[in-house]
Ligand binder design. Structure first.
Ligand code: FE2
Length: 474
């Protein structure tokens, strides 16, 4: 049965082709130059305990094949890094992640390492590395989901090799691994267009896959993120599903809102097997980014997610069709049901928390990137802190024509309180065509403690992480 609101491929094509692609313009517009800048100008004082690299990655398309069908998720990757040491900003670097399209376009040598054929769609077949960047096992990796293999980068962010984690990764990695602070392992859910299952993967602290569980799926969803509670791996089989009609029309990211799909959260016991997965049905939603999950004393599980009431219904260039809002889903594995509570009506995305709590304890605070419009249609970009116990929020506005990105929380000391630490994010300044790393104390969003000035714009992108010297020294 087809839902009356379902779209036919012919209407899909017309709806996107008539509009300019916003993900190739303004704050999203790619930069062409790789630069290296030493001894960056700083306003304020960089906390001396911040020694390491603030890394991020995002799409920076070198030559989109068709701007009408270009999807934000599909651009070639570009990494950005700022190296902090003892109160100084030693360097900024931005580098393309050298996928085949980038090296062919620039005449650079091919990158060595393992390869695999991915049949479709284009965003995975082109094998980019645009979604996330982590250090694990003494190496830095940029990567994406859907079937692409990770890229290993040097400390200075040059692409060194393609990687399958020393032969232990097969098929696909994830865009959103989460680190268990007790073991140092990275946990993620991989999926592919051509798989009828998702794959739960654990990458050990030495950088090798130690656990792999195939989980049969109803449908072919995008499963972009996951969360860990103390007892469960939590993930969502939501309303955005693979769409063969879009694939046939050449869309980079051929996934669409499926009105007929039964949405459900999956709960896999942390060291369990695929037959132990419990599904909890929910209203149709797209929950691409999860803030975190925790177990309740009565056996239920709470997961806080950024969810959309509609996405990829008529616009296949990116997540544009509904505001992103913070919801709490409470899942009952004993009944297979769930309840939903809207925690915050403020449009917000890119959720982060104090990662010492992942899989360990209930989080109280969440940090988000929020963009709203003024009456005059100007965008206001803010860093938003949400106190989930009190139900209150505070925020820092970056200023006119300035766009903040995902903020990373770094505890001030290993045992400081949940919000006693630093929030760091890249900010793109459209008017002056430059960027900054802004550092705030998470308990005082009135004013940054430091702003590190970068003389080139950083396009709005995806995810990043702080890699302290204790984790990976230079
Ligand atoms: Fe993401």
């Amino acid at each position: 049965m087809t839902h009356p609101e379902s779209s036919s491929p012919s209407t899909l094509n017309e709806s996107s082709a008539v509009r300019p692609n916003q993900f190739l313009q303004g704050p999203f517009a790619p930069v062409g130059q790789e630069i290296t800048v030493h001894d960056l100008k700083v306003t304020g004082t960089i906390p001396t305990e911040l020694n390491g690299r603030l890394l991020r990655v995002g799409p920076n398309p070198i030559d989109p094949e068709n701007p009408a069908t270009y999807n934000w998720f599909s651009g070639n990757g570009m990494v950005h890094g700022v190296r902090l040491r003892e109160g100084r900003a030693e360097w900024y670097r931005n580098r393309f992640v050298r996928d085949d399209q980038v090296v062919a376009s620039r005449g650079w040598p091919e990158v060595p390492g393992p390869r695999q054929a991915v049949p479709a769609p284009r965003y995975a077949r082109n094998n980019h590395g645009n979604t996330n960047i982590f250090a694990q096992g003494g190496h830095t990796f940029a990567f994406m989901e859907g079937g692409s293999l990770p890229f290993e980068l040097s400390y200075e962010l040059e692409t060194v090799a393609r990687s399958n984690f020393e032969g232990t990764l097969n098929g696909a990695w994830t865009g959103h691994p989460h680190r268990d602070p007790l073991t140092g392992e990275l946990h993620g859910i991989a999926y592919r267009w051509d798989w009828s299952y998702a794959r739960y993967l654990v990458l050990d602290a030495q950088g090798k896959i130690r656990k792999s569980v195939n989980i049969p799926l109803d449908g072919r969803p995008i499963i972009h993120d996951m969360a860990l509670s103390r007892r469960y791996v939590v993930f969502h089989n939501g309303a955005v599903q693979a769409h063969a009609g879009l694939q046939a029309q050449g869309y980079d990211f051929p996934y669409a809102w499926d009105f007929d799909h039964r949405n459900a959260w999956g709960l896999l016991p942390r060291e369990g097997t695929s037959d132990q997965v419990v599904w909890c049905e929910t209203e149709p939603t797209a929950a691409f980014h999860l803030l975190g999950a925790f177990d309740l004393p009565d056996g239920r599980v709470a997961v806080d997610a950024i969810s959309y009431d509609r996405l990829f219904h008529k616009d296949f260039t990116g997540p544009t069709e509904a505001p992103a809002r913070l919801d709490r889903f409470v899942l009952d594995p004993s009944t297979g049901r769930s309840t939903l509570e809207r925690l915050d009506d403020t449009p917000s995305e890119m959720p982060r928390l104090d990662e010492r709590l992942i899989g360990v304890d209930r989080h109280r605070y969440g940090y988000f990137s929020s963009r709203t419009k003024t009456a005059a249609d100007a965008t206001v970009s803010r860093l938003l802190k949400r106190d989930l116990d009190k139900g209150t929020s505070e925020s820092y506005a970056y200023g006119p024509a300035r766009f903040g990105m995902e903020a990373v929380f770094v505890p001030r000391t290993p045992d400081s309180a949940e919000d006693d630490g630093w929030l760091m994010t890249y900010v793109s300044d459209l008017a002056d065509s430059c960027a900054e790393v802004v550092i705030l104390h998470a308990q005082d969003l009135s004013e940054p403690v430091a702003r590190v000035h970068i003389p080139q714009r950083v396009p709005l992108g995806f995810h990043g992480n702080w890699v302290p010297d204790e984790e990976l020294p230079s």
